[in-house]
Ligand binder design. Structure first.
Ligand code: HEM
Ligand code: HEM
Length: 127
């Protein structure tokens, strides 16, 4: 498979679709997504396109508060360290399978940083 740069909207869609394909099928974190998102993937995926396009290309299209959303989620289904580990592994795997270049590296770094900070905040650090 030839790797490509993450170059804009279409490649962000490919990244996000590929990641959630993996995440939904994963035996550890898949059930969380499937329970919470259910049949609402048509709404969730466009939110995630906007989120990642914003992070990588500063489009300012994402409106939302992911920290708040995951605090609520964590009340309902406790998010454990192993969930975050799996999330990060699948995300990095997806990026490396499909992409190369600066934006690919940036995507990995931001994903890992955000996941780490999210996990620490949910655990009660820096509340
Ligand atoms: C759960 C919510 C979020 C957390 C915990 C979080 C955490 C972080 C952390 C730890 C960094 C530093 C990463 C690094 O230097 O590699 C960072 C950087 C950044 N984040 Fe977030 N973030 C969140 C949401 C967002 C959102 C919603 C956006 C924009 C739509 C965003 C845009 C950025 C940008 C552009 C940077 C790079 C800033 C710079 O290097 O000048 N983040 N974030
Ligand atoms: C243990 C790891 C994680 C799990 C199980 C998880 C699960 C979920 C679920 C189930 C939702 C939908 C919530 C709802 O609609 O009520 C969601 C939303 C979202 N997640 Fe995560 N997540 C994880 C980590 C992350 C990380 C590390 C990021 C960012 C790098 C992230 C970014 C987002 C964003 C942007 C949304 C949409 C929030 C909005 O509605 O605006 N998630 N996540």
């Amino acid at each position: 498979m030839i790797k490509q740069p993450i170059s804009g909207h279409d490649t962000v869609v490919l990244l996000v679709d590929s990641f959630y394909d993996k995440a939904r099928k994963d035996e550890l974190i898949g059930p969380i997504f499937n329970e919470v998102i259910g049949d609402q993937w048509d709404q969730h995926l466009p939110t995630m396109y906007r989120f990642w396009e914003d992070i990588l290309f500063n489009t300012q299209a994402y409106e939302g508060n992911p920290m708040f959303v995951h605090r609520q989620l964590n009340e309902r289904i406790p998010l454990k360290p192993e969930h975050f580990e799996r999330w990060k592994t699948l995300f990095v795997e997806t990026v490396r399978e499909l992409f190369e270049g600066d934006k690919a590296e940036l995507a990995e770094q931001r994903a890992v940083s955000i996941a780490t900070v999210m996990q620490l905040k949910l655990a009660g650090y820096g509340k």
